[in-house]
Structure formats: structure tokens, C-alpha cells
Write a protein that binds this ligand. Sequence first.
Ligand SMILES: Cc1cc2nc3c(=O)[nH]c(=O)nc-3n(C[C@H](O)[C@H](O)[C@H](O)COP(=O)(O)O)c2cc1C
Length: 181
Amino acid sequence: MNISIIVGSLRKESYNKKIAEFLIKKFGGNHNLEIVPIDKLPLFNEDIEEEPPAEVIQFKKKLKDSDGVIFVSPEYNHSIPGGLKNALDWCSRVDRVLVRKPTFIIGASNGNVGTARCQSHLVQVLNSPGLMTLNMPNTHVLIPNVQDDFDEEGNFTNERTINYFDKIMTRFVQWIEKNRD
Ligand SMILES: Cc1cc2nc3c(=O)[nH]c(=O)nc-3n(C[C@H](O)[C@H](O)[C@H](O)COP(=O)(O)O)c2cc1C
């Protein structure tokens, strides 16, 4: 399976990016998992949506060719980071590449609620008419106080979450298979 991962943080040392990389290391033997970067996307502008820059075309094509998309994102100011929302706005127009695409959400923050508010907004956006993804129900992965979950070598050490990833990836693959056209 080709599974794209969109990381909501652009920061080099992002915990969410490290978690995405952990998923690739852990599950990459079974599936083709790949981070699809959003940092080169211009701000969405309706004036250029029909003939967007190459970065947008490549980004949308990558998602269109994926069997599923995983979001791994922090929460910014109780909501979706602007860069991620911008990427979704591009996806929501013209060829609407995420319609009926199986998705699920993971989020890590250094606060106590582990991106819960961002995730509820993100679900709402993914359900909007331009996006209409098939977000896997009832499977939010919330990782609070993420700064405590890495050892000195940068390894992700949260055993409970690691075990949960096993279950959730199995369920996500089933969710993709179940929703194949
Ligand atoms: C602009 C901004 C807004 C933030 N807002 C929140 C927030 O609403 N809730 C929260 O738990 N953490 C918030 N944080 C802290 C993030 O959880 C923390 O910076 C986290 O490490 C970001 O994810 P990253 O490591 O993947 O970049 C915010 C950070 C930034 C830079």
C-alpha cells in the first residue's frame, strides 16, 4: 500500500515529524510510507487554482496516487497549524484529490491535551464538501507531553503509544481495503 504522511509542523526538530519517521521505520517494511512535505506550497489563492505552481501539482498528484493519508500534526493556538490548513485548502479545489481518501489523525503536543482541539477541528475540515475524506472513525491518537517521550538518542520511547500504533495501523489498512472503489 502507498500511504502518505502529512506532518503539520515545518520545524526541523519537530516531534510530530519524528513520530512520522518512527512510523516509517516501524511499518515501512510492510507498506510504502512516505512523508509528503507541505513547506514549499504557496499560500492558497483562488486566482491560480486552475493553473497552480509545480509544487502544488506534484503535491496533489502524490496524494491522489496514495491509498491513504495519515496526518501527524501539532496543535497551534487550539486549532490546525496554518501550513496544514493551507495544504488542505489546495486539496479541496479543482480535482479535489482527497475525496473518499481514507485518512486518520495522530497529534503530539507539549501540552496536556495532546492536540485534541486541533483534531476535532481537523475532522470537521476533512468532512467539508471540498475534502470529504473517509476519516477512520473513533481513532484519534493523542500524544500529550511529547517532550518526555524521547530518549537522549532521539528514540520514541512511549511504549503504550507504540503498542497502540500496531493496532491502529492494522485497522487503517483494513479501513483502506474496506473502502476500495
Ligand atoms: C504557534 C504555536 C502555537 C501553539 N499552540 C499550542 C496549543 O494550542 N496547544 C498545545 O498543546 N500546544 C501548543 N503549542 C506548543 C506545541 O505543542 C509544541 O511547540 C510542539 O512541540 C509543536 O510540535 P512540533 O514539535 O511537531 O513542532 C504551540 C506552539 C506554537 C509554535
